[in-house]
Write a protein of this length. Structure first.
Lengths: 88, 151
């Protein structure tokens, strides 16, 4: 396995994973409040939500600039999707 | 070395958290992918592309559109991509280089629920799945360790 040792990068990734974990942990609450919307979380705080991904990014980009890439963004399904993923 | 997968609380998908990097377009982005053992290749979804500020208008278009999850979309090619994953060993990241990654454009069909990005066989073939099973939950990893199975 190609391994990289970079503590700065790992720290950034750890921050992202904490925020993604926050979304997973609060999923039921988010589902009640923002069903079928994208949510954006940074530092374990909800910073934006929108049913439309372009609008979501447009709302956070002025505040975060290139840091947008470090925001945890996830679509909150109102119901579990029955989607077959395998592409054709 | 192991990479932990995550059970998505809102869907049946098994997810992996990753960092996407592409030097040619200055992309540095945290994101998540669904594991799809039936897919031959990894695909970046349209919402991921928007979140990661992928400039679709500058990318070459793939020869044909991709149909996924009942949605048809043009596909674009993001060259020279690195996917990074945290591992169970502190301080060690797994780096996976891809000569190109397919990226979905906006859907051509009527808007449906967004599909997640997926990791397919071009990534998964180097790993074995390990599941530490419990009645509810349990943990799932992918590993490159040499696992001896007698079936």
């Amino acid at each position: 396995m190609p391994v990289l040792e970079d503590t700065t990068l790992e720290s950034e990734m750890e921050q992202f994973e904490r925020d993604m974990n926050w979304i997973y942990t609060h999923y039921e609450t988010l589902k009640r409040e923002y069903p079928n919307e994208f949510v954006a979380v940074f530092n374990q705080t909800l910073v934006a939500h929108s049913p439309d991904i372009e609008s979501l990014i447009a709302s956070v980009q002025p505040r975060f600039g290139q840091q947008v890439g470090n925001i945890a963004i996830k679509f909150i399904y109102a119901e579990p999707p029955a989607i077959v993923l395998t592409p054709q | 070395m192991k990479i932990e997968c995550r059970r998505d609380p809102g869907s049946p998908y098994l997810m992996v958290w990753a960092r996407l990097e592409c030097d040619a377009y200055g992309i540095r982005c945290g994101t998540e992918f669904a594991i799809d053992t039936g897919s031959p290749m990894a695909i970046l979804s349209y919402p991921q592309a928007v979140s990661c500020l992928v400039p679709l208008d500058k990318l070459a278009k793939a020869l044909k559109p991709i149909r996924i999850g009942g949605v048809v979309a043009d596909a674009y090619i993001l060259p020279d991509v690195k996917l990074l994953f945290r591992t169970t060993e502190r301080g060690k990241l797994f780096a996976h280089h891809m000569a190109h990654l397919y990226v979905l454009g906006p859907t051509r069909t009527q808007m449906q629920l967004p599909v997640p990005g997926i990791l397919g066989a071009d990534f998964l073939d180097q790993f074995t799945f390990i599941s530490f099973s419990k009645q509810r939950g349990g943990r799932v990893f992918i590993t490159d360790e040499d696992i001896k199975l007698s079936l």
